[in-house]
Design a protein around this ligand. Structure first.
Ligand code: GMT
Length: 378
């Protein structure tokens, strides 16, 4: 098949999933075209049948904000026409689903049999998509897509609750490359970050408000306060980094916390981790937690959104009520001080992560493409 994949190029989960899917489809001999305004972070290896198309934005004195959605629709229409796309799969509804609809309208009959598939990821539904400034367009564009998928049952239900969607939403969960995200212990690295056998707690995110990064530091403080020798590695960057740094100063744990910034190969850091913390206030899936679990790291998360579909309470880690720092701290201490329990949960975490294996879910998407295309031609 000739497949167009549209995504944001940033470190966020939707861009990661779109790029890994593109690479997986290419492995299965499809020709894949990736469209975005910059090369996606995870598009880091050369594959002969993956082509990246950078959407170029011409500026003009009248435009304070050049209309990206129009430039994108223009590239989409060209690719459908000249690269003979069999399917166009957009990740994150805004503005991708709208641009796809427009591209199809531009081409008319020529594109009638080319399915537009929209994968809903998170804030495109729960935050920005529901904002009154965009809601009607998002509602319309999702309904105009030929196929719609959501990354969790929670997101599917939220979409029906918040929008007037007349279509079936298929849940296709996120996935990881379990060969990449597996534990590859590196004692030297661990000793550098956590000398003398200290425990390593890790958090990975884009440090937006929703990730509650200062709370990560507070949970870590509980662990240290209890007397557990530990270090916290904070991976990523974003608007709330300064607040988290300030929380370290306020709680007097700066000497035990390292802010490592954005990292390409998080699996190396996850491989020296004893515990992963994700106290988010909103999370439709929690890909970062799944990546940690792939590396045999138990997870302590908030009990919200799609996180309970990934992290199983008492099996792969623990879930606590939102903002219940005491609960998260207590479970962290329990896990870090009970070797037998930790080893059991680490194994369970890996086992659960294997259920979200990339190759299997790439096949699920392939089957879904065929199913939606068949629906258009019947
Ligand atoms: O909504 C975001 O935070 C961005 C979005 C993305 O585009 O990266 O993340 C969402 O999609 C990820 C991949 O499907 C999920 O793992 C994240 O849970 C989800 N984030 C939120 O719901 C906050």
């Amino acid at each position: 098949m000739n497949i167009g994949i549209v995504c944001y190029p940033t470190f966020g989960g939707s861009g990661v999933i779109a790029t890994e899917l593109a690479k997986g489809l290419a492995e299965n001999d499809h020709q894949v075209h990736i469209l975005s305004y910059a090369r996606p972070a995870r598009l880091d290896t050369f594959q002969t049948n993956v082509t990246f198309h950078e959407v170029d934005l011409s500026s003009y004195p009248l435009f304070e904000y050049p209309p990206y959605d129009l430039a994108l629709a223009n590239v989409m229409a060209s690719l459908i026409q000249y690269e003979k796309l069999d399917v166009l799969h957009v990740h994150y509804a805004i503005p991708h689903a709208t641009s796809a609809y427009l591209a199809k309208q531009i081409l008319g009959e020529m594109a009638a049999q080319v399915p537009i598939i929209t994968t809903l990821h998170g804030t495109d539904i729960t935050v920005v998509g529901s904002d009154p400034s965009y809601k009607r367009v998002v509602d319309f564009s999702i309904n105009q897509s030929d196929g719609v998928t959501a990354v969790s049952e929670y997101l599917k239900e939220e979409t029906y609750r918040r929008f007037d969607i007349q279509k079936e939403i298929r849940v296709i969960p996120n996935f990881i490359d379990i060969e990449r995200f597996k534990r590859n212990s590196n004692r030297t690295l661990k000793e550098k970050f956590a000398p003398g056998g200290s425990k390593v707690l890790v958090h990975v995110s884009n440090f937006r408000e929703v990730k509650r990064v200062p709370e990560v530091v507070s949970v870590f403080h509980k662990v240290v306060e209890h007397g557990v020798e530990a270090r916290l590695l904070m991976v990523g960057d974003g608007p709330d980094r300064k607040k988290a740094e300030q929380r370290c100063r306020d709680l007097g744990v700066c000497d035990k916390v390292r802010f490592l910034g954005k990292q390409e190969h998080v699996e190396e850091i996850l491989s020296i981790a004893d515990l992963f913390l994700i106290p988010s206030g909103s999370e439709t899936f929690g890909l970062a937690a799944l990546e940690a679990m792939g590396c045999s790291v138990p997870v302590i998360s908030s009990d919200i959104g799609g996180l309970p579909e990934v992290n199983i309470h008492g099996e792969t880690g623990y879930l606590c009520d939102l903002d219940d720092i005491d609960c998260m701290g207590e479970y962290a201490i329990k896990l870090l001080t009970d070797k037998k329990l930790h080893s059991k949960m680490a194994k369970n975490a890996r086992k659960r992560a294997e259920k979200f294996e990339l190759k299997r879910l790439v096949t699920v998407y392939e089957e879904y493409y065929k199913e939606v295309a068949a629906g258009l031609s019947s």
